[in-house]
Design a protein around this ligand. Structure first.
Ligand SMILES: Cc1ncc(C[n+]2csc(CCOP(=O)(O)OP(=O)(O)O)c2C)c(N)n1
Ligand SMILES: [Mg+2]
Length: 410
């Protein structure tokens, strides 16, 4: 065969490898405030460019600028900073707890705190999230007790899920947080299905689906978009592009598409890209998308451009696949520091107040941890009963499980 006719596959490669100088020059970042804010009933064909831009509110000087600014009061912005700081402190304590053997597993949010914390504030009671493991900010910002989260992480006697779920896979119907499934991609089809059911019942509640950049390669992602677009389901479809899917860079799942958001175009779904490290921008875009769903205008696809600063999980070592200093040069900065600087600029905050709040939050997290540890940790103290393993799943227990339960004597 002639050399020219031989076929070969294209396998996208990350620009840099461990030991190289990190490089984010491919990430094109528009100026804060430069992207238009269309009316929520806009024809999706008129805003195709929003899938290729990045909606930003906070500029380099910490000012909130442009048409997407101003969706929150001063008190709400300060509360938002507190939520992100709480999530960060919670993460740090639980990461250490895993290293101390108090739980088998933990996953951090470092760098992505704004996404789930700000999104939660755009929802109403009764709305339902279908989250992955990296949206605990939905619970923190929704006022779910940290002690309950820790009880779940420790699989102790007070674990609301009775040891049945992997640590961090919380569930709270009351807090609009559907049980986390380890099977990624399922969140998108389930969110669309839940939203369709809400519309079929002529209810007023909307759903939010969550997926990572890597998981958009799952067929569930595409099936969800078909149903969402055909039936105009009241759902917000969130893609958290944190640049990595464990050790696989985002270029693999994105493939030839310009951006993840642009995948919405083939389905006629309005698609927006937002600075995921900008609490104010995330809130403004979430509010826009939630309003569309609530007004029965149908689904919105949102891509949050962010960066996973920490390891994928406590079982991962990122130095094996990316330069150690890559997070330092991530061009969208740190969500906590950016909101802090904004509040300082506005005269509502100070470095001293920040340090004091950090200390107060740490005390609260430690107090919650002590409380949870009274109920046991992975290898010590109270555990869920063996009986719990058999309860609460089947209305009528199948015979083979009944036999097992009898054998166990519970
Ligand atoms: C269906 C399915 N396939 C594979 C896995 C194993 N897995 C767990 S996390 C992960 C990476 C996901 O990356 P991404 O979607 O970008 O989310 P991120 O962790 O970055 O938030 C994979 C492959 C899984 N949990 N579910
Ligand atoms: Mg990812």
């Amino acid at each position: 065969m002639a050399e020219a006719n031989r076929l070969s596959l294209h396998v996208p490669e990350p620009e840099v490898r461990p030991g190289d100088t990190p490089d984010f020059s491919r990430v094109v970042i528009p100026k804060a405030g430069s992207v238009e804010r269309p009316p929520v009933d806009v024809d999706p064909r008129e805003i195709r460019d929003l899938a290729y831009s990045i909606i930003r509110v906070l500029n380099r000087d910490g000012e909130a600028v442009g048409p997407w600014a101003g969706t929150l009061t001063d008190d709400e912005v300060m509360e938002g900073l507190r939520h992100m700081m709480t999530l960060r402190a919670f993460d740090a304590r639980m990461q250490t707890a895993q290293r101390q053997g108090k739980t088998s597993f933990y996953m951090q949010h470092m760098g992505e705190e704004a996404v789930s914390c700000a999104f939660r504030k755009a929802l109403e009671p009764g709305d339902m999230n279908f989250p992955t493991y990296r949206q605990a900010g939905l619970l923190i910002a929704g006022g779910y007790p940290m002690v309950e989260m820790m009880n779940q992480i420790y699989s102790n006697e007070a674990d609301p899920l009775k040891g049945r779920q992997l640590p961090i896979m919380y569930s709270s119907k009351e807090h609009g947080f559907f049980s986390i499934s380890g099977n990624l991609g399922t969140q998108f089809i389930q969110a669309v299905g839940w939203a369709m059911a809400s519309a079929i019942k002529n209810d007023t509640k909307i759903a939010a689906g969550w997926i990572g950049d890597g998981s958009t390669a799952e067929s569930d992602f595409h099936a969800a978009l078909v149903f969402a677009s055909t039936y105009r389901a009241p759902v917000v479809l969130n893609i958290v592009n944190n640049q990595w899917a464990i050790s696989t860079f985002q270029g693999i799942a994105r493939g030839g598409s310009g951006t993840f958001a642009a995948r919405g175009h083939g389905f006629g779904i309005p698609a927006l890209r937002v600075d995921g490290n900008d609490y104010l921008a995330v809130h403004a875009v979430a509010k826009w998308a939630v309003e569309r769903a609530r007004k029965n205008l149908g689904p919105t696809l949102v891509e949050y451009v962010t960066y996973r600063v920490g390891a994928h999980s406590t079982s991962d070592d990122p130095s094996a696949y990316r330069p150690k200093t890559e997070s330092d040069v991530w061009p969208l900065g740190d969500p906590v520091i950016r909101l802090k600087n904004h509040l300082i600029k506005r005269g509502l905050w100070s470095d001293d107040r920040h340090k004091q709040t950090e200390a107060e939050i740490l005390d609260t997290v430690i107090a919650a941890q002590k409380e949870a540890e009274k109920h046991g940790t992975l290898h010590s103290g109270g555990k869920p009963s063996t009986r719990d393993m058999f309860e609460g799943v089947y209305e009528t227990m199948p015979p083979h499980l009944r036999r097992q339960r009898q054998k166990a004597g519970v």
